[in-house]
Design a protein. Structure first.
Length: 80
């Protein structure tokens, strides 16, 4: 049992796409589904490795997209 499995993540089907309300991808999308340019002040991309280093011992809400079921969910993870 891996830490990811213990947290409820499914290998090959689950993808981490956000953390604490911020996207981990190269572009954010607004409420209407429009892409936000990275020069826009509302751009909300995250440096995920840096976030993990800064959050050791702090519970994070990870947005997970499952490609098999085409659903998203929140999984709580605590970097150590």
């Amino acid at each position: 049992n891996s830490p990811a499995s213990s947290a409820g993540l499914v290998s090959f089907f689950d993808f981490l796409v956000g953390c604490n309300g911020r996207m981990l991808l190269g572009r954010s999308i607004d409420e209407e589904g429009n892409e936000i340019d990275e020069d826009d002040p509302d751009y909300d991309d995250v440096d995920f490795p840096a976030l993990l280093r800064e959050s050791v011992g702090i519970e994070l809400d990870m947005l997970v997209w499952n490609i098999k079921s085409q659903t998203q969910r929140i999984v709580k993870l605590t970097p150590s």
